[in-house]
Design a binder for this molecule. Sequence first.
Ligand SMILES: Cc1ncc(COP(=O)(O)O)c(C=O)c1O
Length: 389
Amino acid sequence: MPDDPHRHIDTTAITAGRGASGDSLAPVLFPATTYEVDTVAEHAAMMGAERTTKLYSRFGSPTVREFEDAIAEMEGAEAALAAASGMGTVTAVVLALCSQGDHVVATNQVFSVTYGLMAFHLPRFGIEVTFVNGTDADAIAAAVIPGRTQVVFAETPANPALSLVDLAALGALRGPITVVDSTLAGPTVQHPLEYGVDLVVHAATKGIAGHNDSLLGVVAGSRELIDAIWAWQSTMGAQASPFDAWNALRGLRTLPIRAHRQAESARELATFMEGHSAIESVAYPFLPSHRQYDLATRQMTSGGSMVAFEVRGGAEATIAFIDRCRLARIALSLGGPETLLTHPATVAARYSPAERADLGITDGLVRMSVGLEHVDDLRADLGQALGGS
Ligand SMILES: Cc1ncc(COP(=O)(O)O)c(C=O)c1O
């Protein structure tokens, strides 16, 4: 936890997570899988301790712990736990907390692989899932079955069309453990734990690591919950690699400034797209036209780096537009320095039309992760690819 509760997050991003690096200003990479001790008694003490970092790296590693401590401090949490990917974290959280016969409530606007976990895999383990519209706080509350619902899982802002979940309403739920996937905002834009949400999850692969060179997930919350997730995750073997945590620690130092610049550009591009005749609709949380604009400005400090928009003319026109972009590249992922475009209907092609409708994926939808290029160059690129005005 921070020494000074009034300290700005930009400063915390610089000062946090330095517990294992001594006087080195850059994080020290500990690639070791195992560590020696002098006596069996020392080993015995370590085996009995929770989350030891210098025993065997499936249980924890000093570099990964520095990253976890930094995230915990930025999220105002007691503890955090990193995993081998964002999905490693999502899976570890749900499987650590739920058992056969339990019930999960999940918002249906979620990352497509999270949707697959909830819709297809959890039922295999006898865990029942009810999907609800995440924009309807009453529907989320009504779906909770007292005594049976173990987890309420929500993503906000949500893939793919940037709808929001009301964090205050979610945090007010009593009974189930509430979990928010906050990846699309990141730890500088919103703080779900401040609203009473139990656990915040990030695919740190994205904006946190920020350079498309680290596959990593992280969850933050109370020490009790994090220890329980750790016990399952270290059995499952989904621990974060020290190298990826090391890259993410470096990325974290510049996250506030990157996130700020990306959000400024995203807002400008969203405004440009909204006024363009080839565009059907634009979703960006900090555009006044966003259906949840008031909620966005209440619970987020910026609209984030993602813009979703629908191109007029259906799938063919949309794909042709994406193919014409030169500066914005076609690639999965988000939050990195390069502006990236995806056509969610193509990426989620394995889902049925009904499932795609459930996920909010239309033929003309484009998801854009705004990078760090100059906004004028991005506007020019999107403009030439759209044609007209
Ligand atoms: C909101 C969200 N959660 C989780 C993930 C999964 O992250 P990873 O690819 O690191 O497993 C993603 C990936 O795009 C995502 O967008």
